[in-house]
Write a protein that binds this ligand. Structure first.
Ligand code: FPP
Length: 238
């Protein structure tokens, strides 16, 4: 049975957890004859606007892909620029604290600069008691890397092989304790998951669009949510 069947016709259901792949910053800049760095700056500003909007409409979980384990292949100058933008975001603590947004980071932070690791920890601590949006920022994140990390922790903890269940894996991911994403949005005209939340997305609904991330506005999110309301989620049932 559809999970939407019980709602009145006019009532909209918000997904509990939306995940976004913030793609298209480079092409957005190129279209304007700007350096790619300008695209990432515009993408970062848009991320803040969309996170704030999600908090305003009462979304419970938002996960954004800021930097993947594969993004290190980019020119050093671009990687440094993304890290600089990320650091500036972290330094502006009001981004999460004053807005009642609880921020967490998913991914392998151990290889990031010490300053950034410290700021990440401080922002998680400062927003620990927030009751609004749960915001996950995926940084040096890869779905396969996350599963390897989980398996290592399971082996380390001495759990017997015949005691390992799907829930054991789920409980050892960076997203442990959080619901799986209901809805994954990828703008910019690419139709792939790019190693994003590959375990958690087993039953997610997907939404793709040609809009480049810096141009993806609340009205586009609303359109995506409307489309989500027409999906019939069966989770393998009928
Ligand atoms: C993908 O577009 C974007 C990235 C790999 C970086 C995203 C980073 C930010 C939005 C800024 C930092 C994040 C936070 C949380 C403050 P692309 O460069 O692959 O675009 P293209 O496919 O058009 O080249």
């Amino acid at each position: 049975m559809s999970i939407f069947k019980k709602k009145a016709k006019t009532e909209r259901v918000l997904p509990t957890h939306i995940a976004i792949i913030m793609d298209g910053n480079g092409r957005w800049a190129k279209k304007r004859s700007l350096p790619r760095t300008a695209g990432h700056a515009a993408g970062s500003k848009n991320f803040k606007d969309i996170a704030r909007y999600c908090n305003k409409i009462g979304l419970k979980y938002l996960t954004v892909y800021a930097f993947s384990t594969e993004n290190w292949k980019r020119p050093k100058e671009e990687v440094d620029n993304i890290m600089k933008i990320f650091k500036e975001y972290l330094e502006d603590a009001k981004n999460f604290k004053d807005e009642n947004i609880k921020v967490r980071f998913i991914g392998d932070r151990s290889v990031l600069d010490a300053d950034i690791i410290r700021l990440m920890q401080e922002s998680e601590d400062a927003s620990r008691d927030a009751t609004g949006l749960n915001l996950n920022i995926a940084i040096n994140y890869g779905g396969r890397d996350e599963i390897v990390h989980a398996v290592k922790n399971i082996v380390d903890s001495g759990i017997a092989p015949n005691e390992i269940t799907e829930q054991t894996i789920t409980d050892h991911l960076y997203t442990a304790g959080q619901p799986d994403p209901d809805f994954i949005i990828r703008p910019s005209g690419e139709y792939r998951l790019s190693n994003y939340l590959i375990w958690q997305s087993a039953y997610s609904e997907y939404w793709f669009s040609d809009i480049l991330w810096p141009d993806f506005k609340p009205k586009d999110l609303e359109k995506a949510i409307d489309d989500y309301n027409h999906r019939n989620r069966r989770f393998g049932g009928i």
